[in-house]
Design a protein around this ligand. Structure first.
Ligand SMILES: Cc1ncc(C[n+]2csc(CCOP(=O)(O)OP(=O)(O)O)c2C)c(N)n1
Ligand SMILES: [Mg+2]
Length: 307
């Protein structure tokens, strides 16, 4: 979680220095969800997500170097500098992107799970999305087929209360996004998205159920992003008090308390972790700076499968 946070703080800095172009959507505040859920997966399981993905890519085992280089548009990035912030992709980690059209990853996630069921590879797919995705057509198409064909997929809704500047109460008739599961139907749960241990426990059960019984589930995590929708958004549609209230339940602070109370053996390791994270981030930024741009003659590459 600390790696996620520090990675994005440095990315924000590089963005303001114009080292990074295009969009940059930060996950800061939501780290417990990505860490808790992805930490419950096997290495060969699939993750597919929206555009707020840097942290999830790191949780899936992606390297800070390849992530930062991708943001900088460099050849050494995880999508060879062609994708940028929204389109991290790493086939070797079964991290299947990085999708910018709201909800489009949902039927694709169901498709990945269908492939696993068809081939019997025993993998589970976790499909992340925001609260803004649950009212859009492809979400319903994906859940419909996942329930009909009993696919091993866990749909994760990161309910951070806003879709761009639109608060939840102006997009949905209920604050409970998990209710969307009832229509198909599939099992559902709502989880405190600030508590990484709770996120992990609930996700572990859902993933285990998907793997052993081939059943889909919808998990809703109540969470919050501290920054605007993207770096271009000052977030004026919400009050300082609201942001401060959520910061009191910062997932990193809660995790530190949890470790002290419940896992005292780990507590002495925290300083060491912090130091190694700083080194890893500094190395990643340096690597991104020093990496070459893609060769302009390769602009047509990777459009077709044979490339
Ligand atoms: C089909 C479609 N409509 C509109 C947009 C523009 N758009 C980009 S992000 C966004 C809000 C999504 O909010 P949410 O799903 O809650 O994710 P969050 O940004 O909160 O993580 C919208 C409407 C889009 N990318 N795709
Ligand atoms: Mg949202």
């Amino acid at each position: 979680m600390l790696l996620m946070r520090r990675f994005e703080e440095e990315a924000a800095k590089a963005y303001t220095e114009r080292k990074i172009g295009g969009f940059l959507h930060l996950y800061i505040g939501q780290e417990a969800v990505g860490a808790g859920v992805i930490g419950a997966l096997r290495t060969d399981d699939y993750v597919i997500s929206s555009y707020r993905i840097h942290a999830q890519y790191l949780a899936k085992g992606g390297s800070a170097r390849a992530g930062m280089a991708e943001l900088f548009g460099k050849e050494t990035g995880c999508a060879k500098g062609r994708g940028g912030s929204m389109h991290f992709f790493d086939r070797s980690r079964n991290f299947m992107g990085g999708w910018g059209i709201i909800g489009e990853q949902v039927p694709i996630g169901a498709g990945l799970a269908f492939a696993s069921k068809y081939t019997g590879d025993g993998r589970v797919t976790v499909c992340f999305m925001g609260d803004g995705a649950v009212s859009i057509g492809p979400f319903h198409e994906g859940l419909c087929l996942a329930a009909l064909w009993k696919l091993p997929v866990v749909f994760v809704v990161e309910n951070n209360g806003y879709a761009m500047g639109t608060p939840l109460h102006r997009q949905m008739s209920t604050p409970d996004a998990s209710l969307r599961a009832l229509g198909y139907p599939m099992a559902r749960a709502t989880v405190d998205g600030c508590d990484v241990v709770e996120c992990h426990e609930v996700a572990r059960e859902a993933i285990e159920r998907a793997r052993t019984e081939s059943l889909p589930m919808l998990l809703e995590f109540k969470t919050y992003r501290y920054r605007g929708h993207s770096m271009a958004d000052p977030g004026k549609y919400r009050t300082k008090e609201e942001v401060e209230r959520w910061k009191k339940r910062d997932p990193l602070i809660l995790a530190r308390e949890r470790i002290k109370d419940d896992f005292p053996d780990l507590a002495p390791k925290l300083d060491h972790i912090a130091k190694s994270v700083e080194e890893e981030i500094a190395d990643a930024v340096r690597f991104a700076h020093e990496s070459p741009d893609p060769d302009v003659r390769d602009v047509g590459l990777y459009t077709y499968l044979d490339d």
